[in-house]
Structure formats: structure tokens, C-alpha cells
Write a protein that binds this ligand. Structure first.
Ligand code: NAP
Length: 252
């Protein structure tokens, strides 16, 4: 999705700074966006010192950032009892603390300029728990919680927060879990049509342009989250019925 967001923003004339761990992939995106101003930095967002250094370096090359989009994320799927403790820490470190470190690094630039914009890509799994996502959902719930607090805290400083909660969309992240996915997870998650990364990225930009705080791409995802939040007992009963049909029993 980060790549799709970069494509849309480059077409609109934005100067872009892209951070990720894989230099080759970053360079490939930069080549695809030839003609636009694109700076890259190899950076693991779960390393606070590396994030701070990357932001200082990029700002010295391009000027202070005006918009921060926190899109880096990782996903694992599996039963709670099957996942190693390290996985819970890894997902929290990248999905939650990575977001937090980038905000801390960008904030002084926004404050010096008198404003800015932060777009946090959480997930529908940050608002509703889903079978098989014991490591992922809590990391996204944490992103939602941080965004809720910062929306209120930073608004008086003219720093605007956006919270993005997509359902599943096609990407390498999802391809990575598809093979070993539990049937219960498929039954629950695939109730909602899977979008393309491009559809989600376009919905994100449209939502930001309209000034929406909560951006939920896709009608079915909006309805599902709406039901889960307004009539949670109905949402839970529907989920339980789906899981009941394919549940394989506890681990032997
Ligand atoms: N796909 C979905 O169904 C879905 C649904 C809801 C929300 N989301 C969220 O949307 C965001 C984008 O997901 P996606 O589906 O586009 O996944 P993706 O294709 O796997 O892309 C994830 C990106 O995050 C970067 N990244 C991962 N760990 C990083 C780290 N430690 N430091 C810096 N960069 C890191 C990856 O680059 P490197 O590997 O090069 O570091 C990659 O560019 C994520 O936050 C995800 O949780 C996805």
C-alpha cells in the first residue's frame, strides 16, 4: 500500500521520502517514480535511533516533512498457543512502536512549522478482534489508542491525525499468510470482499483530502465495523456462528 500511496502522491507533485528495510525494493519504487522527487532511507522503524537518524538525514536533504504516513507493518496468523512469544514482541515493536518512533521523530518538525498531518495505517483488526490474529490485532489496537490520544493532544497545535482501518486487501503481506491460514480465520476475515491495494490507497488519499479522521475503505468493511461497534453482541454472534461451522477443536 505504501507503494500505491507513493504513486498517487507523486502524480500530485509531492516530494516523497520513503523508508523501509529493503534497499533494492526502495530503489525499484524510486525508479518507477522517475520524474518525481523521491528520497529513500533504509531504516527499520522498530529501531528508535535509526528512525531519528533517518528523519534528520531526510530533512537535511529535502526540508522538513509536512505529512507523515505510518504504513510499515507486519502480520502473522495462527492460534494464540502456536505463536512464539517473540512474534508478539516483533509485531508490537514494528506495528506499534515503529509508528510511535516515527511520530516522535516528525513531531519537532511539525511544531517548528506550526502544523502537520499524521496518517496512521491501523486496520479493521485494530477495532475488532479476529480469530487467529492474537499477535496482530493488539498491535493495531495500540495504534488506534495512540491515534485517539494524539488526535486530541495535537489538534490545538494544528497537527491533524487520520486513522485508517482497512479490511483485508491484496498485498505481499496477505500472500505471506495465505498458505497456512486457519479455516476459522478465513471464514471470519473473508466475509468482507478483499480490495486491491490501489483501491485502499485511493480511499486513504480521498479521506485525507476530505479531512476525515476515521477512514475505512470499502462499504462492507464500514458496515462490518459499524455493526461491531454499535451492536457488538450481534457481530459476536455472527462471528461465533461462522467459527462454529469450521472449528477443529483444541490443539491435541
Ligand atoms: N494487506 C492487508 O490486508 C491489510 C489490512 C489492514 C491493514 N493493513 C496494514 O497496511 C499497512 C501496509 O500493509 P501491506 O499489506 O501493504 O503490507 P506489505 O505489502 O507487506 O508492505 C509492508 C511494508 O512495510 C515495510 N516494513 C515492514 N517492516 C518494517 C520495518 N521494521 N521497518 C521499516 N519498514 C518495514 C515493508 O518494507 P521492508 O520489508 O523493505 O522493510 C513494506 O514496504 C500495514 O501497516 C498493514 O498492517 C494491511
Amino acid at each position: 500500500m505504501g507503494r500505491k500511496l507513493a504513486e498517487i502522491l507523486a502524480r500530485r507533485g509531492a516530494n516523497l521520502c520513503l523508508l523501509a528495510r529493503d534497499r533494492a525494493k526502495l530503489e525499484q519504487v524510486r525508479a518507477e517514480l522517475a520524474g518525481s522527487r523521491v528520497e529513500t532511507s533504509v531504516c527499520d522503524v522498530s529501531d528508535p535511533a535509526a528512525v531519528e537518524a533517518a528523519f534528520q538525514d531526510l530533512a537535511s536533504r529535502t526540508g522538513a516533512p509536512e505529512v507523515l504516513i505510518n504504513c510499515a507493518g507486519v502480520l502473522t496468523e495462527g492460534l494464540f498457543e502456536d505463536q512464539a512469544l517473540e512474534e508478539f514482541h516483533r509485531l508490537m515493536n514494528i506495528n506499534y512502536f515503529g509508528t510511535l518512533y516515527c511520530i516522535r521523530a516528525a513531531l519537532p518538525f511539525f511544531q517548528a512549522k506550526g502544523g502537520g498531518r499524521i496518517v496512521n495505517i491501523a486496520s479493521s483488526g485494530g477495532l475488532l478482534g479476529a480469530f487467529g490474529y492474537a499477535a496482530y490485532c493488539p498491535s493495531k489496537f495500540a495504534v488506534v489508542g495512540l491515534t485517539e490520544v494524539l488526535r486530541a493532544e495535537l489538534k490545538p497545535q494544528n497537527i491533524i491525525l487520520h486513522l485508517v482501518c482497512p479490511g483485508e486487501f491484496n498485498s505481499p503481506m496477505v500472500e505471506g499468510i495465505t498458505e497456512g491460514r486457519t479455516p476459522e480465520n478465513q471464514a471470519v476475515v473473508h466475509t468482507i470482499p478483499v480490495l486491491s491495494a490501489d483501491e485502499v490507497a485511493r480511499a486513504v488519499i480521498a479521506g485525507v483530502e476530505k479531512g476525515q479522521y476515521l477512514i475505512i475503505p470499502g462499504l462492507m468493511t464500514k458496515l462490518t465495523i459499524g455493526l461491531g461497534r454499535t451492536l457488538p453482541f450481534v457481530g459476536r454472534a455472527m462471528v461465533d456462528a461462522k467459527i462454529g461451522k469450521c472449528y477443529r477443536g483444541p490443539k491435541k
